[in-house]
Design a protein around this ligand. Structure first.
Ligand code: PEP
Ligand code: MG
Length: 592
């Protein structure tokens, strides 16, 4: 019997092949006391293991830099930092000295303590740090226990689907991508750093599959579908047939992508819809271009910062922004100022733990409180305006005071550049993200100070519905089609039009087929999304009629419930769109 495990999609692609179970677990450490005169030797042994792990991680970091680039390689910095962290080093030495424990036992205890402290949060970025912590524990403990170096295992003799409890960045880069068909893990999230690497390396992956690693054994046949997050062990004939059909559909689609990329993004009745890309990692610019993006609608600059022990300086930021501007010479490049806080914590800021981080010190609030950090970014951004249509975008704006403050800082930095004779575009554009109900309701006022609006639906939905966007238990309540959301979208679009400024959407809603249909119907004709969605939405745009989208949106605006909104959209889209290209990622059928 096939065993079907459903988790979450983490990296595109569908594959079949034998399983390889990667046993990257914590070794068992015996409780061992040592004699007084062995204490100093144990501390030396611990230092040696730490030194060894540092060198090993440096090596892996360099390999990663060569293979994937400097930004991706930085994901090893947190682990390298932990190896020097006094809480780790002194804490372990203290346990060796005071409790006369072996180095392995003392280190294990100290790390378990830190892990339990960190586990009290549910923020994805902190949870990623737990991954880093565990990775480090395994590495150092194996060294102290005289076990082999897992990176020398060279485990894959033939191409296989790697199954593990979880992965870590340092593990994934040690796997030879030619031998890894795909990755299936029990735990993990799409935002985990290793998942980002899997996407960069083009390895299909599904995460959160529960007991996959326990149920799988080496050599077993399996199917992995990274688009919908499914893992099938010992597939029977019907599953295999389904797989073949889906793979065929997927590869036909892959072939179509480059053809679609060059087609015009115009509805059946002639409405142009501008499709831009969201950029999380600098290397994605090429992917966005290959899939037909005509600009960048959202550059998440905080990913230049997260996971590092120091902020990138002006020069480094300037280079990153310039690179994006030059990649999209003829298109808008909307660069968002740091959206730190919430679920994105840079090590260097030492952000205090908060009860409600999403309602806390986040985004523009952090930047305005940290003028040095912000001014550096503004200068780098201003300089980048000399290389293309670079636009500034401020996250989580609530009122005009915030925009005024940003404008004042920008003017001061622009003045400095003028004085120094450094070129920039005097006509730079400053836009705000509409991400809170306060901003949506106050859009008319904000429009007087903004050159454009970009609606961040991910946050707008969470703040409107009071549903934490990262809480899996509440996922069903996180509904983009709630009438309160639809009405705000309508209101912002209307205000933007009246003020003569562009309104675009860069949240996930733009990549949902019904979401895009609704947005177009609300006359929001600039949409930005992650690279895999671009060709799908382009096709949708080309299949629908603006008139139908408008009529469906009008009905949706009068609908009393999310269910009714969805029905208006499903009926409005009718069979004009071949939804199979969305590969079951969205459920378009109406609940009974
Ligand atoms: C949003 O909130 O919709 C958005 C695009 O920003 P982020 O997802 O980075 O918060
Ligand atoms: Mg947001």
């Amino acid at each position: 019997m096939s065993i079907v495990l459903d988790g979450s999609p983490a990296s595109e692609g569908i594959v079949a092949g034998p399983v390889f179970v990667l046993d990257w677990g914590l070794p068992t450490v015996a409780h061992e006391s040592i004699a007084d005169d062995a204490i100093e030797d144990e501390i030396v042994r611990f230092d040696e293991a730490r030194q060894w792990a540092t060198e090993r991680l440096q090596e892996i970091k360099e390999q990663t830099e060569g293979r994937l680039g400097a930004v991706e390689a930085r994901i090893f910095d947190p682990q390298l930092l932990m190896l020097q962290d006094l809480e780790v080093v002194d804490g372990t030495a203290r346990y060796i000295r005071e409790n006369r424990l072996s180095a392995a036992r003392a280190f294990e205890l100290r790390m378990l303590e830190l892990r339990s402290m960190w586990s009290r949060t549910s923020h994805p970025m902190v949870l990623d740090r737990l991954n880093d912590l565990e990775d480090l524990m395994i590495r150092v403990l194996r060294r102290l226990l005289g076990m082999n170096d897992p990176s020398d295992l060279d485990p894959l003799q033939e191409a296989a689907i790697v199954v593990a409890q979880n992965l870590t960045p340092s593990l994934i880069v040690q796997l030879d991508p030619d031998n890894v068909l795909g990755i299936a893990t029990d735990h993990g999230t799409r935002t985990a750093h290793w998942a980002m690497l899997a996407r960069s390396m083009n390895i299909p992956a599904a995460v959160g599959l529960g007991g996959a690693s326990k149920r799988a054994s080496n050599g077993q046949q399996a199917i992995l579908d990274g688009r919908i997050g499914r893992f099938v062990l010992q597939p029977e004939e019907d599953e295999r047939n389904r797989f073949e059909a889906r793979r065929k559909q997927h590869s036909d689609w892959e072939e179509e992508i480059s053809a679609i990329a060059v087609l015009e993004s115009v509805t059946q009745d002639g409405q142009y819809v501008e499709l831009r890309g969201n950029l999380d990692l600098p290397g994605e610019a090429e992917r966005l271009l290959a899939r037909g993006a005509v600009g960048i609608g959202l550059y998440r600059t905080e990913f230049l910062v997260v996971g590092r022990n120091s902020m990138p300086n002006e020069e480094e930021q300037y280079e990153a922004y310039r690179y994006a501007a030059e990649a999209f010479q003829n298109g808008a490049v909307c660069i968002r100022t740091f959206d730190l806080g919430g679920d994105k914590f840079p090590m260097s800021l030492n952000m205090p733990p908060e009860e409600n981080p999403f309602l806390g010190w986040r985004a523009i609030r952090v930047c305005l409180d940290q003028p040095d950090l912000f001014r550096t970014q503004l200068r780098a951004l201003l300089r980048a305006t000399a290389h293309g249509d670079v636009r500034f975008m401020i996250p989580l704006v609530n009122d005009v005071e915030e925009i005024r403050e940003v404008r004042a800082l920008l003017q001061e930095e622009a003045e400095g550049l003028r004085r120094d004779g450094i070129p920039f575009n005097e006509g730079y554009k400053l836009g705000v993200m509409i991400e809170t109900p306060a901003a949506a309701l106050d859009a008319a006022e904000l429009a007087r100070y903004s050159d454009f609006f970009s609606i961040g639906t991910n946050d707008l939905i969470q703040y409107t519905l009071a549903v934490d966007r990262t809480n899996t238990r509440l996922a069903k309540l996180y509904n983009p089609f709630h009438p309160a959301v639809v009405r705000q979208l309508h209101q912002v679009a209307r205000v933007g039009r009246a003020a003569g400024i562009e309104v675009s959407v860069c949240g996930e809603m733009a990549s949902h087929p019904l979401g895009a249909f609704l947005l177009i119907g609300l006359d929001i004709t600039a949409l930005s999304m992650a690279w895999p969605s671009l060709p799908e939405i382009k096709r949708l745009v080309r299949d629908v009629r603006m008139e139908d989208a408008r009529s469906a949106a009008r009905k949706a605006l009068a609908a009393p419930t999310a269910h009714d909104v969805t029905r208006c959209l499903v009926e409005g889209i009718g069979d004009s769109v071949d939804l199979s290209v969305f590969s079951g990622r969205w459920s378009l059928s109406l609940p009974a």
